[in-house]
Design a protein around this ligand. Structure first.
Ligand code: SAM
Ligand code: DTB
Ligand code: SF4
Length: 389
């Protein structure tokens, strides 16, 4: 006989924790032991999210206080010194109809960037790249396409890619532009683990970097992804000429979502000559790297159970700058010699850096089971035990 039970697990949604507020440093330090395993969370915590003012206060902290708080929170939620590694591949490069001011792939800037557009990459080429990524130690394979949104004829192609890449034992991530609800469900049914769709900056500054789509359209896609059951990956770009207020507002946007993204890539702008934003930053100077590190730390504190990823921009950074970013609570990065169209910190350099910092790579995490089969000790019958979300 198969019965259904329901066991309530402690609520592991870190946004619902009451012991991580910015003004509760005494609680924070009292509970900090720098243990390497996550601590059990309180079962009766009430929902607390940082207000915009609290986020601004975090940005204003002396850097060492901010880093200590971020690293402490990191260690309460994740295994210390363990990082998740993803590899990126561009499956359709260039000639994008959107006009994102930072992007080499926008068709609007093609006369000045001179980027060579390419057709969709064939399935076997993508699979060969995924196999190389797995062999090199990546746990997740992220496929990006320069589309406004996938067309109906692109859907069977991306569904085939998800199934094939998953069958290699890799987690899958895609970033294909906007998705409607039906498309998100199709990708979820194919088994997609993560969908990346960045808000990039504040609502206010967004209008100055993209004119072909709105912030609300971006949020709509994120809602469709969340509702489909795919894990949400949504991050930003720091250093596009935005102000700290915009970085604060971006963090605040994450906290306005019903649930913070599971994965938060914090990109440091790669200034690309021939793009409007790249040219401006190249002429006027780049944002100091410490502000990117502060942004990582604030994202870590405000979204304690999310993976925070060092994304674009690492190629130009020193070992010490990257070490500070990990100290700030980043626990994921893009691995491999190339991002989508620009270079990345080389794989051999990353291997050396990981050894020097004592970081280890996390294996692909299988999805948590939704139910367990248990044996009733009295009757010997099997039961399916549902695990509460
Ligand atoms: N077309 C899809 C989209 O926009 O969602 C997916 C690809 S797009 C290249 C993915 C993300 O890469 C962007 O949202 C942006 O955050 C980041 N990105 C693009 N160009 C960048 C640059 N020059 N520097 C840093 N990040 C960049
Ligand atoms: C994300 O936030 N950063 C990655 C990934 N998601 C798709 C892309 C970075 C692109 C950097 C510029 C380029 O290589 O074209
Ligand atoms: Fe297209 Fe994405 Fe680049 Fe914008 S960021 S131009 S949507 S590829």
């Amino acid at each position: 006989m198969v019965g259904l039970l329901s066991i309530q697990e402690p609520n592991l949604d870190a946004n619902n924790r009451d012991d991580l507020g910015v003004s509760t440093t005494s609680t924070l330090f009292a509970s900090s032991s720098f243990a390497t395993k996550p601590k059990p969370l309180s079962m009766n915590s009430s929902p607390v999210k940082h207000s915009r003012e609290q986020i601004a206060d975090l940005f204003d902290l002396p850097l060492m206080d901010l880093l200590l708080q971020a690293q402490t929170i990191h260690r309460q939620n994740f295994t210390a010194n363990e990082v998740q590694i993803s590899t990126l591949l561009s499956i359709k490069t260039g000639n994008c109809p959107e006009d994102c001011g930072y992007c080499s792939q926008s068709g609007h800037h093609r006369d000045t960037t001179k980027l060579q557009a390419e057709k969709r990459l064939e399935v076997d080429k993508v699979i060969a790249a995924a196999k190389r990524a797995k062999a090199s130690g990546s746990s997740r394979f992220c496929m990006g396409a320069a589309w406004k949104h996938p067309s109906a004829k692109d859907m069977p192609y991306v569904v085939a890619l998800i199934k094939e890449v998953k069958s290699l034992g890799l987690e899958t991530c895609m970033t294909l532009g906007m998705l409607d609800a039906k498309q998100a469900i199709q990708l979820a049914e194919a088994g997609l683990d993560y969908y990346n769709h960045n808000l990039d900056t504040s609502r206010r500054y967004y209008e100055q970097i993209v004119s072909t789509r709105s912030y609300d359209e971006r949020l709509e896609t994120l809602t469709n992804v969340r509702d489909s059951g795919i894990n949400v990956c949504s991050g930003n770009i720091v250093g596009m000429g935005e102000g700290r207020d915009d970085r604060i507002d971006w963090v605040h946007e994450l906290l306005k979502m019903p649930k913070a993204p599971e994965s938060i890539p914090v990109n440091l702008l790669v200034p690309i000559a021939g793009t409007p934003i790249g040219d401006k930053v190249l002429a006027e100077g780049e944002l100091p790297v410490l502000e990117w590190i502060r942004t990582i730390a604030v994202a870590r504190i405000c979204c304690p159970s999310s993976y925070v990823r060092l994304s674009a921009g690492r190629e130009s950074l020193s070992d010490a700058e990257q070490a500070l970013a990990f100290m700030a609570g980043a626990n994921s990065f893009f691995y491999g010699d190339k991002l989508l169209t620009t270079g990345n910190a080389s794989q051999s350099n990353d291997n050396r850096l990981m050894r020097e910092l004592g970081l280890t790579a996390q294996f692909a995490a299988p999805k948590a089971p939704k139910q367990l089969t248990v044996l009733d000790a009295m009757s010997g019958h099997e039961s399916q035990v549902m695990l509460a979300k």
